[in-house]
Ligand binder design. Structure first.
Ligand code: NCD
Length: 323
C-alpha cells in the first residue's frame, strides 16, 4: 500500500481497485446497529482544515470514528494559524502529538505534498486549491461502479468549471487509470488551455490555472447538448466563484442556458445514465432542482459512499493489512 494519498496519480489500477473493494466491505458497517469496527483503535487521525468544508470534513471524521481511531479536528479558524503560525510549525505540533494520519484541506495547491515531508504519519489530501481531491475521485468511481456495475469502458462527461476544479483533475487521473473515457465540457474559458490543446480543440485565450498534462482517453467539447446522448455518466461541477477574480462567462443566466443541466437536457441522456455532483450545488445554475432530486441523481449516495471510501483509505494507509 502507498504511504500517502496526495493525488489521483498515486493510484495504479490494482491499488485503486483494492480501495474500492475494501470500501464495499466497509459499507456493510453502515447498515449495522453499531456502526463501528476496532481496526484503528489507539491510532490518531488529525483533520487539518484550512478551508471550508461540509461533506469532506464530516465524512473523514465519521470514517475515522467508525474505525475506532482517536480523532482530532483542527480548523484554521480559532487556531494559532490566525496568529500567523506557518504550516510547518503546525505540522511539527501534530508530529509531537503523534498523529498517525493527517487529513489536510488547504487553499494552496501543493500544501499536502509539503506536509508529507514534515510528518512521519500518512498524509491524505482532502482538497488542495485548484489542484487535487483524490478521495472525491475514489468515491465518485465507487458510486459509478455501484450504479453501473463497471468502470472500464464507461464514458463520463465532466461538465462546467473544470479550470478551478480539483475534483475534475483527480477524476481525470483516476478514471483514465481505471479505463473510463472522459470528455471535459464547458465554456472555453473554463477548460484548462493545455487540456483543450492536447485534445485538439481550439485553445481558449484565458489566464488558465495550473498545467494538467494529457491523459489517455480524455477529450474536450464545448457543446453540452452534443455530448449528452452518448454518455453513461454526467458529472456536474460547481461554478467556483470564490476562485474567480475575473469574469469567465457573461452572466449566470447565460451560463445556465448553455451549460446547466435541466429537465429537458437530462431527458436526452441514455436511459441508464446517471447524474453526479460533488456538492455543494448552486441549484439553478449548473443543475436544476428537478435534476438534482431526480432518481438519476446520485448526489446523496455520493455522500454516503464517501464515508465508506474514506474508511477504506484510512484503514489501508494505516496498516489495516500490512504495516
Ligand atoms: C468539492 C471541493 O471542495 O473540492 N466539494 C467536495 O469536496 N465535496 C467541490 C466544490 O467545492 O465545488
Amino acid at each position: 500500500m502507498i504511504r500517502h494519498l496526495l493525488s489521483g496519480a498515486d493510484l495504479d489500477a490494482d491499488t485503486a481497485t483494492q480501495i474500492l473493494d475494501t470500501a464495499a466491505e466497509m459499507a456493510t458497517v453502515a447498515g449495522r446497529e453499531v456502526k463501528k469496527l476496532p481496526a484503528l483503535r489507539g491510532r490518531t487521525v488529525v483533520n487539518l482544515f484550512y478551508e471550508d468544508s461540509t461533506r469532506t470534513r464530516i465524512s473523514f471524521e465519521a470514517a475515522a470514528k467508525r474505525l475506532s481511531a482517536d480523532v482530532i479536528n483542527f480548523s484554521a479558524k480559532g487556531s494559532s494559524v490566525t496568529k500567523g503560525e506557518s504550516l510547518k510549525d503546525t505540522a511539527l505540533t501534530l508530529q509531537a502529538m503523534g498523529a498517525d494520519a493527517v487529513v489536510v484541506r488547504h487553499p494552496a495547491s501543493g500544501a499536502p505534498h509539503r506536509l508529507a515531508n514534515w510528518v512521519d504519519g500518512s498524509v491524505v489530501n482532502a482538497g488542495d486549491g485548484t489542484h487535487e481531491h483524490p478521495t472525491q475521485a475514489l468515491l465518485d468511481a465507487y458510486t459509478m461502479r455501484a450504479r453501473l456495475g463497471r468502470l472500464a469502458g464507461l464514458h463520463v462527461a465532466i461538465v462546467g468549471d473544470v479550470l478551478h476544479s480539483r475534483v475534475a483533475r483527480s477524476n481525470v487521473l483516476l478514471l483514465s487509470t481505471l479505463g473510463a473515457k472522459v470528455t471535459l465540457v464547458g465554456p472555453p474559458t473554463l477548460i484548462p488551455v493545455d487540456w483543450a490543446a492536447r485534445a485538439g480543440a481550439a485553445p481558449a485565450v484565458t489566464d488558465a490555472g495550473p498545467a494538467a498534462g494529457s491523459h489517455p482517453g480524455t477529450d474536450v467539447c464545448y457543446d453540452l447538448d452534443a455530448v449528452l446522448p452518448g454518455v453513461d455518466v454526467v458529472m456536474m461541477l460547481r461554478v467556483q466563484r470564490e476562485r474567480m477574480n475575473d469574469s469567465y462567462f457573461p452572466s449566470a443566466r447565460e451560463y445556465a442556458r448553455r451549460y446547466g443541466l435541466d429537465g429537458p437536457r437530462m431527458r436526452r441522456l441514455p436511459e441508464h445514465a446517471i447524474v453526479m455532483h460533488p456538492g455543494p450545488m448552486n441549484r439553478g445554475m449548473e443543475i436544476t432542482p428537478e435534476v438534482a432530486d431526480s432518481p438519476r441523481s446520485t448526489i446523496v449516495e455520493q455522500v454516503a459512499n464517501g464515508v465508506s471510501v474514506r474508511m477504506a483509505v484510512l484503514y489501508l494507509l494505516l496498516g489495516g493489512n500490512n504495516r
